[in-house]
Every structure is written in C-alpha cells, then in structure tokens.
Design a protein around this ligand. Structure first.
Ligand code: NAG
Ligand code: NAG
Length: 172
C-alpha cells in the first residue's frame, strides 16, 4: 500500500497530464509464507474518482526484526507480451528502518489503525485493523504516464520471501 509513494518518481518521466487510476487487483504474492502473514479481511474499494479506501484486518503472524528487509518495486507491463518485465524502481531497506522513516503513508495509516508507532522494533506479531484508510490524488504526483503498473511490496529474511503484496493499477 505504501508503494504509491513511488509514483512520485514516475512523474519525472511523464507525458500525460490528466489521468484516471483504476485498481485492477490487490492480492498476496503467491510466493509468501502463509505462516508469516495473512491478508485477512483487508478490502480495497473505490471511493470516487482517483480516491480509494482500505479497510479490514490483516495478521502479522510473527515478529520481524531489522534483519528482515523490505523491497519495494514498481514494474510496468509490456503492452505486447503483457508481462511486467520493465522494472522502473527498486528500493530495499531494513524492516524497522523502513517503518521508522516512511513519511508518505504510514503516519496517516497510524491515525486510522493500530499500526505500531515509529520506533517499535522488532515489528510485533499483531493483528492490524484498518478503519477506512483513504488515499487519493492529493498523495499522487500531478502527472503519471498511461500504462499498467504492478506495485510490489515484499519482505525477505535472508533470501527467503516471507511477505508479498501485489497491487496492479491502470493509468489512462
Ligand atoms: C488475531 O485474530 C485471529 C482471528 O480473529 C485470532 O485467532 C488471533 O488470536 C489474533 N491474534 C492476536 C495476536 O491478537
Ligand atoms: C484525500 O484524503 C485525505 C485523507 O487521506 C483527506 O483528508 C482529503 O480530504 C482527501 N482529499 C480529496 C480531494 O478527496
């Protein structure tokens, strides 16, 4: 979910000035470890044009320390092969460092959920209930080029993937 912040980077290579965002899917990455994370009842819905909300409860099923790493990626779909083979951005941070330093979405998410405050490390085993987390145009860059993008957020321990979320959006 936090991945939308990376759309700001896309603004730099933009060619379209008015856009509409359509959420194609939000789903757990099949490579995730079901004993570490469960998406639970989390639902994403459209509120109005370019405005969306997330509500529900997800389960963090074990502690995650700073040895866990968060990898955020934005991939663009090739219109011909239909595969997300173009990596536009990749960012990797230790878990706790990421949770402490992210400023775009987590502060607002903390207001509408029981997400632990910044500075809590390891990230605890906890059920996180989100009550109407809204994200909208005010958080997006002014310009995003048309296309279909996958925003992928994954957590690794050593080389093993334990959590993964995939968020596919179309811009037109
Ligand atoms: C989280 O919710 C599940 C399902 O409601 C429950 O079984 C579990 O005990 C809860 N875990 C915590 C840490 O509260
Ligand atoms: C965008 O969402 C924020 C909360 O995240 C809200 O305060 C603001 O009114 C919304 N703006 C629009 C234009 O919907």
């Amino acid at each position: 979910m936090e991945l939308f912040r990376w759309f700001f980077v896309l603004a730099c290579i933009a060619s379209v000035s008015l856009y509409e965002i359509t959420i194609e899917s939000l789903q757990p990455d099949p490579a995730s470890d079901p004993t570490a994370f469960n998406l639970g009842t989390i639902r994403l819905s459209r509120k109005s044009r370019n405005s969306f909300r997330i509500s529900g409860t997800y389960y963090m099923l074990r502690n995650l320390g700073n040895d866990a790493r968060v990898v955020l990626e934005i991939l663009q779909r090739d219109p011909i092969s239909k595969s997300f083979n173009r990596l536009l951005l990749r960012k990797e941070n230790p878990m706790c460092e990421y949770m402490d330093s992210e400023r775009m979405f987590l502060p607002h998410l903390r207001e509408v959920s029981n997400l632990p405050p910044a500075g809590v490390c390891p990230f605890p085993k906890i059920n996180i209930t989100v009550d109407d987390f809204e994200f909208n145009e005010s958080m997006f860059p002014p310009i995003i080029p048309a296309g279909t993008y996958k925003l992928r957020s994954r957590v690794f321990e050593e080389e093993r993937q334990i959590i993964g979320m995939e968020f596919v959006v179309s811009i037109r």
